[in-house]
Ligand binder design. Structure first.
Ligand code: SF4
Length: 325
């Protein structure tokens, strides 16, 4: 059984300007011990999806439909107390920006120990011992437990966030662009550490990123998100070796490759559509180099092109695929 199973999740923000359609009927699952990469540009709905899993979508956001089953139980139908018990304990989140995720007036040791005391049945002494163990695991000396966040560099703050997220040995980690705010030189180190700790603890992960290099190193399965929909979904090999959707092809065309000689990169033209007024038909059609008149009229359904490889494109179906190749 999947650890997390999302079906037809829809999340909109009702604003004065109109209905912001952030997440539009997405379905995905995370298997025990595995990592699913949720990939897309800014504004695709990735972070809103993660906040939806924790039922932390900020106002005026509303979860309008679908289900989020965790260990077979729908989080959307749990009581607030049940969800609070899940957060930070069974399901943890690493936020994008370590600068704002830590409490500036609390020592880092107290911030880690607080999570352990809140969720685990243990004494203060035991919580402190575990806090020191977590600091050690993320490569920070336990001597620094009494220091405040401002006394650490950006990379070390992110390590502390990771220690807090893993302090209660969660089953599922939601990592939202965990290395984006860090210097390039330490991004790889921090990502390696997350993957090592994930293996040690046997944690599953939903990894939100726009970086296909990180996906290649860390993920077992990949969901490509565009305008609040998952447009391609499959194993790492499906996405990297048997890329089908024009948007995914565009993402690969925008990054330099060491194994290929490329004179010019081919970025995807145009911008992500405004979620208040999404285009009719296929939401990618204004930017798609293969778009036809039909694409502006008919919204493509997700089609299984190979076992477990789903694509949402009118032409990525047997018999029509050659039309866009
Ligand atoms: Fe492009 Fe049409 Fe496929 Fe959409 S349905 S991705 S516009 S070819």
């Amino acid at each position: 059984m999947s650890l997390l199973n999302i079906k037809d999740l829809t999340i909109h923000f009702q604003t004065e300007e109109g209905d912001v359609r952030a997440v539009n009927g997405i379905s995905l699952s995370v298997e025990p011990g595995k990592t699913l990469g949720l990939v897309g540009e800014t504004g695709a709905g990735k972070t809103t999806t993660a906040l939806g899993i924790l039922r932390l979508v900020p106002e005026p956001g509303k979860i309008l439909g679908g289900s989020i089953e965790y260990k077979g139980k729908d989080i959307l139908r749990m009581s607030e107390k049940e969800v609070q018990d899940l957060r930070g304990n069974e399901i943890s989140m690493i936020f994008q920006d370590p600068m704002t995720a830590l409490n500036p007036v609390m020592t880092v040791g107290d911030q880690i120990a607080e999570v352990i005391l809140r969720h685990q049945d243990c004494t203060k002494v035991e919580a402190e011992r575990r806090m020191m163990d977590m600091l050690d695991r993320v490569g920070i000396s336990a001597d620094r437990a009494g220091d405040y966040p401002h006394q650490f560099s950006g990379g070390m703050k992110q390590r502390i966030i990771i220690a807090i997220a893993l302090a209660c040995n969660p089953k599922l980690l939601l990592a939202d662009e965990p290395t984006t705010a860090l210097d390039v030189t330490i991004q790889a180190q921090v990502m390696r550490m997350i993957n090592d700790l994930k293996r040690q603890f046997g944690t599953s992960m939903l990894l939100i990123t726009h970086d296909l290099g990180i996906v290649a190193e860390s993920c077992d399965e990949v969901a490509i998100m565009y305008a609040g929909q998952i447009v391609e979904y499959g194993s790492l090999e499906d996405i990297f070796d048997r890329t089908a959707h024009p948007y995914t092809k565009g993402l690969f065309g925008s990054i330099p490759r060491l194994d290929q000689e490329t004179e010019r990169l081919q970025p995807i033209q145009g911008l992500m559509p405004d979620p208040i007024s999404l285009p009719e038909g296929c939401p990618f059609h204004p930017r798609c180099p293969y778009a036809t008149e039909l694409c502006a009229e008919a919204a493509p359904a997700a089609v299984e092109v190979d076992p477990g490889h789903l694509v949402r494109c009118l032409y990525c179906v047997p018999g029509r695929k050659e039309e866009i190749e």
